[in-house]
Design a protein around this ligand. Structure first.
Ligand code: GLU
Length: 260
């Protein structure tokens, strides 16, 4: 646990499949309201929360009335530029209802690899976290990142951020309740605890939504990286944000990966 506060420092990654309503990409206001309430409850009980949010490209797809996530880079970047603004507007409104402020960081691969830029990111995040009641909200800077520059998916980005700020816990909120074993009977039949992520890497079957990027495969790679860095990591359903408090307390319905 971090020394500077009584609660935990928690990075919460929220996937597009949770934030968007169906395949159209339209931001799910009611869902975002529930997520904001649950995250606010964590903050008010003494935890520090950092959100890594997807949803920008999906929201832009809906805004421009496109039929699917574009493959054309310029169009995808235009979607991200429009969608990111809508996303932050919603977060700002929802968190303000709980007396919380937000701050936006948009990062590229370069910001995390170049030592000088990484130091700047770290300084900004530490300064933000020094304030009470501010939630940094991070996304990939999709409107400028091209193939060579992008991190690729927000699972990886959230793992890197968690390591950078020395988080106590990384929670990957997704559209399923956790990781399923090969003999799972239904969606709720999940593995509750994993000691060694290498033993379950083959369980990932990647069925991402039309607008999502990272599937279970990218999540497990992100998990591997964060647990190796000593950060306990959880995969849980974003559709049940009310259990976030339980998850932080070591309970809840989720797959929990022990830190090494
Ligand atoms: N940065 C992308 C977005 O905001 C999502 C990437 C991801 O979900 O991994 O739409």
């Amino acid at each position: 646990m971090n020394q500077s506060q009584t609660g935990k420092r928690v990075v919460i990654k929220i996937g597009t499949g949770v934030l968007a309503r169906g395949d159209a990409g339209e931001l799910h206001h009611a869902m975002i309201a529930r997520l904001a309430q649950a995250i606010a409850d964590l903050c008010h009980s003494g935890h520090q929360c950092i959100v890594v949010s997807s949803g920008a490209v999906g929201a832009g797809v809906c805004y421009f009335e496109l039929k699917e996530r574009p493959t054309d880079i310029a169009l995808k970047q235009a979607c991200a530029a429009a969608g990111q603004a809508m996303l932050m507007h919603l977060y700002e409104h929802q968190f303000s209802l709980h007396r919380l402020k937000i701050a936006q960081l948009l990062l590229t691969h370069d910001d995390l690899e170049n030592p000088k830029r990484l130091k700047n990111v770290n300084n900004t995040l530490s300064t933000l976290l020094g304030f009470k009641g501010i939630i940094p909200i991070i996304n990939e800077n999709d409107s400028v990142a091209t193939f060579e520059l992008n991190v690729g998916d927000n699972d990886t980005l959230s793992s890197k951020v968690a390591q950078l700020i020395n988080a106590d816990l990384l929670i990957l909120l997704t559209a399923v309740p956790g990781l399923q074993g090969p003999d799972a009977k239904d969606e709720n039949d999940i593995i509750t605890h994993v000691e060694d992520v290498d033993t379950v890497l083959s369980y990932a079957h990647d069925d991402t939504g039309k607008l999502s990027v990272g599937g279970m495969g990218s999540k497990l790679l992100a998990v591997k990286s964060s647990v190796s860095a000593g950060i306990e990591t959880v995969i849980a359903s974003g559709f049940a944000p009310e259990q976030l408090g339980d998850i932080v307390d070591g309970k809840g319905i989720c797959t929990r990966f022990s830190a090494k």
